[in-house]
Design a protein around this ligand. Structure first.
Ligand SMILES: [Zn+2]
Length: 329
């Protein structure tokens, strides 16, 4: 994955090139930005660029044995440290530091990437500080996190900061279109959910996503016959089950659908609807739910998510939500 394959991060890549060409490549970077926009890929591309056997100076070739091994996490002079459970543990840091003390096998620059640097705890961060300040020669450290504020200031201040931006829709579409598993229509289904990034899990969830959306719209627009209610409550048992992600997709979809209903109720431009493919159902929503009720719904959904985070009985919480949604209709 050389730089040429990373989309939408032109500014960040330009800054990397500039630092390298002016001989001011820092010994530690901190890459920040939303998830799934290319931070880890850029760290990998950077390691390839610095070590490629036949690159042109501008970029890695992506084809030589070194580029391949780095791409496959198989290169002895690159290491990626990720949290083990909730934290990066101090034992992991010690192991990485011992690795850094070894002589480079064949790398020009060895690269230690900490992916999920917000998961350092105080002890493991402190164990890492000294090396971060003064790494062994020909070593580059890359920390990756969503925002600098998630890290101890002492870590942040020892790194050069590089911000990554959310991807534009066009870039997300290009990335999705490269996936052979997705049809053109499916790319359009996934696109509004991507929100400026391309989470791998989203594509695996596509089938569930499609059926959750259709079912939810059906329930929202069918006048609540008692059988429908029974069906919904039964389904919430399944969607809220331990292994299902359907509940989360449903809440996301409800948020978007009701945002659009509100948008139309207030006469805002239709070109900016989040789910235009459900245009007909939105019209029904406009008729069925009052403006005020719709405006209050997001807060209710936020509270519901919070209570689920705090281990509320998920199926029961979802049932209560549907009783609320249908009572109003
Ligand atoms: Zn190469």
């Amino acid at each position: 994955m050389p730089f040429s394959e990373i989309l939408g991060q032109g500014l960040a890549l330009k800054a990397l090139h500039h630092a390298q060409q002016s001989g001011r490549l820092p010994h530690a970077w901190l890459f920040t930005g939303p998830p799934h926009v290319g931070k880890s890929k850029t760290a990998k591309a950077l390691a390839q660029w610095l070590n490629c056997e036949c690159g042109n100076g501008e970029d890695a070739c992506g084809q030589c044995p070194t580029c391949w091994q780095i791409a496959e996490h198989n290169y002895p002079d690159c290491m990626v440290l990720e949290p083990d459970g909730k934290n990066i543990r101090i034992a992991q840091v010690h192991q990485a530091l011992r690795w850094l003390q070894l002589r480079a096998d064949r790398a020009k620059v060895r690269v230690l990437t900490v992916d999920g640097a917000q998961h350092f705890n105080r002890a493991s961060a402190n164990a890492f500080l000294k090396t971060l300040e003064e790494p062994p020669p020909r070593t580059l450290i890359v920390l990756i996190a969503e925002a600098p504020a998630q890290l101890l200031e002492t870590l942040v201040s020892r790194c050069q900061l590089m911000r990554f931006r959310p991807l534009a829709d066009e870039q997300v579409r290009t990335i999705l279109a490269q996936n052979p598993k997705l049809s053109e229509a499916q790319v359009e289904t996934v696109l509004p959910w991507a929100l400026g990034s391309v989470p791998a899990g989203l594509i695996d969830e596509l089938e569930t996503l499609e059926s959750v959306q259709q079912q939810t719209v059906h329930w929202l627009t069918t006048h609540s016959a008692p059988e429908a209610l029974e069906e919904i409550l039964c389904e919430m048992g399944n969607w809220g089950g331990a292994k299902s992600e359907a509940w989360r997709l449903m809440l996301d979809f409800l948020e978007r659908w009701f945002r659009d209903v509100s948008w139309l109720q207030h006469g805002l431009p239709e070109t900016q609807l989040l789910c235009p493919e459900f245009r007909d159902s939105l019209d029904e929503g406009v008729q069925r739910f009052s403006k005020r009720w719709v405006l209050e719904l997001p807060e209710r959904l936020t509270r519901l998510r919070e209570s689920i985070e705090l281990n509320a009985n998920k199926p029961l919480a979802l049932e209560t939500l549907w009783l609320h949604l249908l009572k109003t209709a």
